[in-house]
Write a protein that binds this ligand. Sequence first.
Ligand code: PMP
Ligand code: PLP
Length: 477
Amino acid sequence: MPVKPHSKDFSLLFTEAAKRRKSSPLKPLLKYMLADPTLVSLGAGLPHPDTFPFIALTATVAEAGKSPVDATAARHDVSIAARAPSATTEGLERFLQYGNGRGVPSYAQFALEHTERVHSPLYDDWDVVVSAGNTDAFVKALMLFCQGGDSLIVDEWTYPAIIETVGPMDINLVPVQMDEEGMVPAALDALYENWRTAESGPAPRMAYMIPTAQNPTGATMSLQRKQAIYKIAQKHGLIIIEDDPYYYLQFGAYRPASGTADLEERYGDLPGVTSLIPSLLSLDTDGRVIRLDSFSKILAPGLRCGWITAPKYMTDKIQFHNETSVQQPAGVSQAIVSKLINEHWGHEGWERHLVQIQREYAVRRDRFVDLCHKHLKGMVEFTVPSAGMFLWFRVLLSEEMQSRPGVMQEVFDSMIANHVLLVPGHLFSPLGATPDVLSKPFVRAAFSYASLSDFETAVSRLARALAPFTGKVPDSC
Ligand code: PMP
Ligand code: PLP
């Protein structure tokens, strides 16, 4: 195997807080306990495991590749007993104990192996560190390179939690134009060409991107788009936060209802883990991509489990940050995830599970798009997403409505009056609720949560809600 180069050193760009951040003072002592099994520790104030009332933890799961509501799915018990470690997974008492901010080894090991297998980073000093999901991971990645007075590059429309995170930190959001593949490379480049340091503060050194099934637009970056963006990031010395919670929810082109009725055939080409669009991390030769992975959309959000991949000198700082905040994802969650994936499913079961999730979302996307074509003709425009859970509608307001002040608020009120909820576009604007943003005719629909049997009701209600604003007559339904 060719020798991989080292990442570039961006530590000079660390914020003052990141430069100062070091390990929580007692954590380094743990290494003595791990290194010497004969050592009697009167050091760390760990509670003795005999005080934990938990003897075993059992999670009952559906067989990999089947939905838990499928009556034909076999059920399996995944059990982790105290004081009974296996070859690959620690005993329960280990998961329930304090540890360092790197996570319990078997959980962290899965993240490491999986990242190697799927993304094969191109430099040799990459590492992973656990997170309590991408919300937690984002703020820790951000604080490595952004502090008050700095700027963060984001998409023209972006995930509201990011807007709310950086607002109180006095970090300036700089939106960049998007198209159906996400951020436009030429627009990112032009931003630097036009940047005037004196007026706007230091040029941004960090960009936040959601490359797959962007929230809210549903846009997925192609490999070519990622390559183009990466090149511009190199040109301007930009560090990228790759927030990719929908990475595994790629399901390809729209399969209309008129296509083959045989579901096995219709959904026989889902990407699994082997045919996904390569990530930004996998293109990263310099160590300038901080990738955030989350189990929220592929196991369950309440687990609060994820991991971060970046050069080790960055993941070390995030480990230290963990040690003064969440410490690590909850032990119960790490235990279930680790035992389930490492031991029970293995790589093969994990892949079958992901294909099943992809199929679940593909069926939803196809049905939702069928209904939009049926009921919303002439009322909305949208790009059919190839991943994720969102559809971004441009409402085709009639000429008369386009000039009406506050019309999008009226559209929202009309949806509520018709008993259907979508998210007003302005909530995703990094610029806030300016008059211009408020007048933009966008709304986001999530096809992830409603029951399939409620889809037609929802879309026909939406048609009724939009009719007076678009000058169209809804189909009776
Ligand atoms: N505060 C004090 C005073 C402590 O002694 C400890 C644990 N040693 C903590 C907080 C950490 O608590 P937790 O595990 O709930 O984060
Ligand atoms: N990032 C994006 C772009 C999201 O859409 C979401 C969930 O809605 C999150 C992060 C939150 O992820 P997590 O549950 O891993 O914190």
